[in-house]
Design a protein around this ligand. Structure first.
Ligand code: HEC
Length: 226
C-alpha cells in the first residue's frame, strides 16, 4: 500500500518540489535577530500587535522540541498528526492512517524499521543534516522538521530535493527518489526521525532493537531488486 503511494508521489514530485522551495528556507538562514537597541521607532509602533520573530531566530539548540500531546492514549504531533502505532505492514509499524511510525518496547528495544532508519540516516543524511537528526550549520534538524512538516511533505522533499533559490546561500538538498539505498528505506528514516523528534529515542545508536522480521526481509529484497 505504501509503495503505491510513494510511486505516485514520485511521478508528481518533480513539479511539486518547486512550490515547496519558498517556505522554510528563509527562516532557517536567518542567523541573527534584528537589532533591538535603537529601534525606537519600531518599538513605538509594535506594541503587542506585532509578533517579533526575534526571540526565535538564534535558537538553534536551546529550544527543546514541543512535547507530544498524549490524549486518550494517542500520541499527537504539534501538526495534528497522530503517530500512535496501529498495525504492522512489511515488518514496519504504521498509524491508523498508514503513516509510518515507531514503537519502543517497555525494555527500550526499538522496532527493527526504526533501527534500520537510524542506520540509513547515518549513511545517507548525517553528512549534511548532522548526527542523530540534530541539524548542522548547513542543513536543518530533521528531528524537528518531522514534528511540523507532515509525512507527505517529507516524502516529496526527500524524493525531489529542495534548493534555496531566494538567497545566495547556495544550499542544496539532493533528490533521492531514484536512489534505492534511500528510497527503499525512506519510511524507516522517517520513523527514526519521529522517534528522535519526540524524544522517545535518545541520541546515538539504539542500544536495543527487535529482530529483523521475514516480512521486512521480503519487502526489502523486492524493493532493492525491483
Ligand atoms: C548534500 C547535503 C544533504 C544531504 C546528503 C541530505 N540533505 Fe536534506 N537538506 C539539505 C539542505 C541544504 C536542506 C535545506 C534546503 C533548503 O531549505 O532549501 C535540506 C532539507 C531537507 C528537508 C526539508 C527540511 C525542512 O525543515 O524544510 C528534508 C525533509 C530533508 N532535507 C531530508 C533529507 C533526508 C531524508 C536525507 C537523507 C536521505 C537528506 N535530506 C540528505 C542537504 C542535504
Amino acid at each position: 500500500m505504501t509503495s503505491k503511494t510513494t510511486a505516485s508521489l514520485l511521478a508528481i514530485c518533480v513539479a511539486c518540489a518547486a512550490s515547496a522551495i519558498a517556505g522554510t528556507a528563509l527562516a532557517q538562514t536567518a542567523e541573527t535577530p534584528p537589532a533591538q537597541a535603537g529601534a525606537g521607532a519600531a518599538a513605538a509602533v509594535s506594541g503587542d500587535a506585532q509578533q517579533q520573530p526575534a526571540a526565535e531566530a538564534p535558537a538553534e539548540e536551546e529550544e527543546e522540541t514541543p512535547a507530544v500531546a498524549a490524549t486518550d492514549g494517542k500520541l499527537v504531533l504539534p501538526n495534528g498528526q497522530d503517530i500512535t502505532p496501529d498495525h504492522m505492514e512489511n515488518g514496519r509499524w504504521y498509524t491508523a492512517e498508514d503513516i509510518p511510525t515507531y514503537k519502543i518496547a517497555e525494555d527500550g528495544a526499538v522496532d527493527w524499521a526504526t533501527f534500520s532508519g537510524y542506520r540509513r540516516y547515518s549513511a545517507e543524511c548525517h553528512v549534511c543534516h548532522g548526527p542523530d537528526g540534530e541539524g548542522s550549520t548547513y542543513a536543518p534538524a530533521l528531528r524537528k522538521s518531522v514534528l511540523t512538516m507532515g509525512y507527505y511533505d517529507f516524502l516529496e522533499i526527500a524524493a525531489s530535493g529542495k534548493q534555496e533559490v531566494n538567497t545566495a546561500a547556495n544550499l542544496v538538498m539532493p533528490a533521492f527518489g531514484t536512489n534505492k539505498n534511500v528510497w527503499c528505506y525512506i519510511d524507516d528514516i522517517y520513523a527514526y526521525l519521529l522517534a528522535r523528534g519526540t524524544g522517545d529515542l535518545p541520541r546515538g545508536r539504539p542500544a536495543k532493537r527487535e529482530d529483523k522480521s521475514d516480512e521486512f526481509v521480503a519487502q526489502e529484497d523486492s524493493c532493492m531488486s525491483g
